[in-house]
Design a protein around this ligand. Sequence first.
Ligand code: B1M
Length: 234
Amino acid sequence: MSDNNEDDDLDLRSLNDEELAEQIGDDLYDGLKDEVVEGVEILLERGWTPYDILTKALVAGMKIVGDDFRDGILFVPEVLLAANAMKAGMEILRPLLVETGAPKAGKMVIGTVKGDIHDIGKNIVAMMMEGAGFEVINLGINVEAEQFLAAIDEHKPHILGMSALLTTTMPYMKTVIEELEKKGIRDDIIVLVGGAPLNEDFARAIQADAYCKDAAVAVDTAKELMQRKHNIST
Ligand code: B1M
């Protein structure tokens, strides 16, 4: 996006908050990891909340990357660089988002389903859930049904969260839910699903408990269902 030389020696501190948030989005687009990190640190110094930095600078920047990827303006290598810059920014925010005095609200196992390696959104959900007081076991990407089942067996979570970003991988969520049914444990666990190509109809069709359009909705839905199903409120 910003390919002129002026930006090379741009003093991020000379920008006002709004300009800086936008510049972080531009730097993320250009895969400039160090600049993204610096911008995030400056906004923190200026008193921005980690959540606002995440949503108004990083996620907003990633949205433009997504649109241009879709439209054939950006390609996989550039998107990978942008994703790395996004992750570097998220790493600074992670400890701040998860540090909370809240009592344990419940336990969640989460992963991106088999065949899918997109993990930015899933990691944001994991961070926000931790920040809301949930214990989160993050299984990573490309997670097979057997791995989900083994983790459920080991950790006995209240919630299973699954993420998919591809239309070709979202049906695998149904496979996982069928495996839970076969084991006779489907009704013991709350199943939340999310990812850009999903919607409520899909979640209903695969008999998940809820579709979560973003991380904030995931937290609210998890709390609501924990209250309804387990009578645990935080
Ligand atoms: Co990919 N990719 N990608 N990609 N990629 C998409 C998803 C795509 C929509 C781009 C496009 O064409 N417009 C498209 C999918 C098309 C489709 O299926 N209909 C696509 C494609 C085609 C591909 C490849 C096939 C490209 C190729 O190789 N030719 C390939 C597939 C690899 C694979 O998985 N097997 C591929 C690869 C990649 C990269 C590796 C380069 C990189 C991923 C890096 C990484 O994640 N570590 C990448 C990226 C970055 C994207 C886009 C640009 C951005 C995704 C993202 O991080 N968004 C994406 C475009 C888009 O989504 N518009 C695209 C930001 C993130 C904050 O949002 O993930 O939606 P999101 O998460 C949100 C909510 O969805 C929700 O909360 C999150 C936070 O608010 N949520 C949950 C997500 N998971 C949840 C789980 C929950 C609850 C809520 O559980 C309870």
